[in-house]
Write a protein that binds this ligand. Structure first.
Ligand SMILES: [Zn+2]
Length: 237
């Protein structure tokens, strides 16, 4: 797999300066000069800012659908340089590229029910950090998560899921141990969703590879929860 982009994004943008492309359009439909299209983030802080700005556009309905034109996809055949790695749930209502208004080549996305940590997931994250060198890693859960809800039911003795779903549930269970007994209903799911994100973060931090990369500051780890109703992503402290 070629891991080194042949051209930088900026070079690509400059290379098509004479064209009017969909990703150059701002929300009002006015064509923007290529120089107004921002270059890739230079560090984790800027990457996080880019995600927050994209989510704000998404929630406000002012998405720009950048980095989707044929010329951009052609540029990406030479390699990829995503600026963030996202571990998210498989839930059809939480597609990270749409939630953050990003395009092709912008995000390295791993999706699994319950945004949980397993060996395959760790392998994908390790690939993104080692070979693609994404400066930012986001673990994003979401309100109303079915995998988390099924885990709560299993913990309360009401679980009736088949074997492979129970394997997922078993990976989520340890993270929900601290939720108070007297929290019920939607509040319990709400707390469990956030607790599950923090559980995935703790497992990453505890792994030797994750610990090393966080200590040498080659990656910044951030937790987040997507709100179904508002379309906003709440980043955790
Ligand atoms: Zn989910």
């Amino acid at each position: 797999m070629d891991e080194t982009p042949r051209n930088t994004r900026r070079e690509c943008l400059l290379g098509v300066a004479g064209l009017t492309l969909p990703w150059m359009l701002n929300p009002s439909g006015v064509t923007a000069a290529p120089s107004e299209v921002p270059p890739p983030p230079k560090d984790a802080a800027e990457a996080l800012r880019r995600l927050k700005e994209g989510n704000r556009r998404f929630a406000e309905g002012t998405v720009r659908h950048a980095h989707q034109a044929a010329v951009w996809r052609d540029h990406l055949t030479a390699g990829q340089q995503p600026f963030a790695t996202i571990l998210a749930c498989s839930d059809s209502r939480v597609p990270p590229e749409l939630v953050f208004d990003q395009g092709f080549g912008d995000l390295f996305v791993i999706r699994v029910a319950g945004n949980l940590i397993a060996s395959d997931v760790l392998g994908s994250i390790q690939y993104a950090l080692m070979h693609l060198r994404t400066p930012l890693l986001v673990i994003m859960g979401h309100e109303g998560c079915g995998a988390v809800t099924a885990t709560l039911e299993s913990l309360s003795g009401q679980g009736t899921e088949p074997r492979y779903i129970n394997l997922l549930i078993d990976r989520i269970k340890p993270g929900l141990a601290g939720i108070p007994e007297n929290v019920n209903g939607a509040d319990r799911v709400h707390q469990a969703v956030e607790a599950n994100v923090r559980w995935s973060m703790r497992q990453l931090i505890a792994s030797p590879e994750g610990k090393q990369r966080l200590e040498d500051k080659t990656v910044t780890l951030v937790g987040a929860v997507y709100e179904l109703a508002t379309g906003t992503v709440r980043f955790l402290d």
